[in-house]
Write a protein that binds this ligand. Structure first.
Ligand SMILES: [Zn+2]
Length: 249
């Protein structure tokens, strides 16, 4: 068993631990998702701090006695300070963290998606970034179809078709395969927008032209979808800061 590790990573969640310690969850494309302790982080100015969304090269050490990782050093690349200044951006970033932690997907593709989304949050509308991240995340996890044909019955969607949702498969489906009584629907224009988002890299996808109202509806659609797909698992959604009115219907 290795007792030292070094690798690129980013702090995607922080929690207070006993006494003055903090636990940082680090997402690393080479090391995976690791919880590491920063001893005395809440007290001593000299101790290593790993604030939320710090990206860098992490040097970690594993205690032989407790088997727990701690952070020995960080060569910081970016701090993403702007995320703490704005509630909406902050919530979007914590939703991305929730999704990565829940899926346990820590491959380089997911790392690129996550860090690009955080970078975009600096100067791009948070809902646009969230939609692009969620669409690409669901696709990478095999939790969406291609928005061209129904992933259950494989029938191509009609131009004017309103998609429903299958709670069994956890994916948007055609109207016949819908088992939610049309309570989670994706109208044709929204579907075309989501399909286009999936075809583009997220930097390009956030530039797609869409009205603020349409964007907001699509954003709310995905929040409700995630809540059904990951019941009780996404802290940012369960915290209740976003409300889930039925405005889309
Ligand atoms: Zn179908």
């Amino acid at each position: 068993m290795e007792h030292d590790a070094k690798g690129l990573g980013i702090v995607i969640r922080t929690e207070n631990a006993r006494e003055s310690d903090r636990i940082s969850t680090i997402f690393s494309p080479s090391l995976g998702i690791i919880k590491a302790i920063c001893y005395g982080a809440r007290k001593s100015a000299k101790s290593i701090r790993a604030p939320l969304y710090t990206e860098g090269t992490f040097s970690l050490e594993k205690s032989i006695r407790s088997g727990r990782w701690s952070i020995r050093d960080i060569d910081v690349i970016a701090t993403h300070d702007y995320l703490s200044a704005d509630l909406e951006r902050n919530m979007a970033a914590s939703l991305f963290s929730d999704l990565v932690i829940t899926s346990r997907t820590a491959d380089p593709g997911m790392y690129r998606l996550y860090t690009e989304a955080l970078d975009l949050l600096e100067d791009t509308d948070a809902e646009s970034v969230a939609i692009a991240f969620i669409v690409h995340f669901l696709s990478a996890e095999g939790l969406s179809g291609d928005y061209l044909s129904c992933p259950v019955c494989l029938r191509p969607y009609r131009e004017d078709e309103v998609l429903g949702f299958s709670s069994v498969e956890g994916v948007p489906v055609c109207s016949e395969c819908d088992n939610m009584g049309s309570s989670l629907i994706l109208p044709p224009n929204a579907r075309r927008f989501v399909r286009r988002t999936l075809e583009l890299d997220i930097e390009e996808a956030v530039q797609l032209s869409v009205s603020a109202m349409q964007r907001h509806r699509i954003f709310r659609y995905f929040l409700r979808l995630l809540r059904i797909s990951f019941p009780g698992k996404l802290r940012s959604i369960e915290s209740g800061i976003w409300d889930f009115g039925k405005e889309m219907q």
